[in-house]
Design a protein. Structure first.
Ligand code: APR
Length: 389
């Protein structure tokens, strides 16, 4: 088989790229290891920022955004005292969308396949070859068990943090920079009423948060010990602790549909391309959920890659492809820095046993600056909108 681009991975990155290539009349094949049902029900991120909302609208894809608009109000609760930060106002009136990732994925799949897109699920053994030849080669077993070889001009590795693309380059070609934030969270999905605004709570007991994930669905984060896990947190312990941490004695409880511990770890792979293969999204970098930037950064990279491939295919101009990694890495490090800045601020402000009183006061000072009409508040608002320069 022949095509122009083989996209590996049907997450937000791969699906956005496939849709943008389709709208640019560039043939592509999207290969996904899992089933359609699995990817359409995987609960991950939940906030599309203002810049990514604009991107989908610019490409005529506004319909993929499900859920309500994000009015831009973020509530920081510090020792039980509420501070509303209007990051939409701080970023010049830009607002995002409270769109659960699985809703975005579902809509991107529908739009791509309705447009005649070639999307193959249940493809278990994708392998990538000949990345520095004049045609790359991707082999796999098709959905009906048939051995498949696809020759392509480009391969887009959108296969997430543990996919094959990053490891299919010769040893020493790419370097991975990792950071352990030494913070662990329980991440919980529950069938409970979502908060009126995203709620981030700081107290001596540690960080906690509450987000919209549907009209009757919530995502909670609860800072926990490094050895903690679901067994240490049965519902009868979890809900009282969430009420204390979130400073809301009336917080309703409900069925917990998912709970697991996530150790806050970040990583960036450099460079983000090798020969005919280009990495985008979690295949190139892992971000913590802090600040909600993982999915938004991934979608921006999908657009950068789509535009670079379009210029190369339409006009023979490969400058975008040559500069792809540099362009994306500069932005990825800026997003990593923002996520780290926020994670440090909201965790050092809490139980000072971790970092000592001096760093606790630094973090509280950083936090307090967001509640005034300061430069720090505007920079924060712009990063939340995704329009930080
Ligand atoms: N072959 C084909 N597909 C694969 C393979 C493989 N060998 N390995 C992984 N995949 C698929 C996964 O099944 C998944 O559907 O690649 C997709 C990667 O999707 P994500 O992990 O969601 O990564 P990405 O699309 O970059 O989106 C990043 O998702 O992980 C969250 O928080 C992250 O919100 C961010 C967003």
């Amino acid at each position: 088989e022949q095509t122009t681009v083989v996209v590996i991975g049907a997450g937000p990155t791969g699906l956005t790229l496939a849709n943008l290539l389709q709208r640019s009349d560039i043939p592509c094949v999207l290969l996904e290891r899992r089933s359609r049902d699995f990817v359409e029900n995987r609960h991950r991120a939940g906030i599309v920022d203002a810049r990514v909302r604009q991107l989908y609208e610019d490409w005529g894809l506004a319909d993929v955004l499900g859920g309500p608009p994000d009015d831009g109000l973020l509530e920081f609760r510090v020792d039980g005292v509420a501070h509303l930060v209007d990051h939409a106002r701080l970023s010049g009136g830009r607002y995002g969308w409270l769109c659960p990732q699985q809703v975005l994925v579902r809509n991107l799949i529908t739009t791509f396949t309705d447009g005649g897109g070639d999307l193959r699920f249940d493809v278990p053994d994708v392998a990538i070859h000949d990345l520095t030849a004049d045609r790359a080669r991707v082999t796999c077993t098709g959905p009906a068990g048939e051995p498949t070889t696809i020759e392509a001009r480009y391969v887009a590795g959108c296969d997430g943090a543990r996919g094959p693309s990053r490891v299919s380059v010769p040893p020493g070609t790419m370097a991975t920079y990792t950071f352990d934030h030494e913070v662990s969270w329980l991440t919980i999905m529950a069938t409970t009423p979502p908060p009126p605004h995203p709620l981030l709570s700081v107290s001596d007991q540690g960080y906690a948060a509450h987000f919209y994930r549907g009209p009757q669905a919530s995502r909670y984060y609860l800072q926990c010990g490094p050895q903690d896990g679901p067994p240490e947190w049965p519902a009868e312990r979890l809900w009282p602790e969430l009420r204390v941490r979130l400073g809301d004695a009336q917080l309703p409880d409900g069925p917990i549909t998912e709970i697991r511990r996530v150790d806050m770890r970040s990583e960036v792979c450099e460079p983000m391309s090798h020969g005919r293969m280009f990495l985008a999204g979690d295949s190139a970098h892992v971000m913590t959920p802090m600040g909600g930037k993982g999915m938004n950064l991934a979608v921006l990279e999908a657009e950068t890659l789509a535009l670079a491939i379009r210029a190369a295919v339409r006009d023979g101009d490969e400058a975008g492809l040559r500069g792809y990694s540099t362009t994306c890495l500069e932005r990825a490090w800026r997003y990593q820095e923002f996520s780290r800045w926020m994670l440090e601020m909201l965790h050092d402000s809490g139980d000072s046993s971790r970092v000592g009183p001096f760093r606790r006061r630094l973090a509280r000072t950083r936090l307090a600056a967001l509640f005034t009409d300061s430069t720090a508040a505007r920079v924060f608002g712009e990063m939340m909108a995704g329009v930080g320069n």
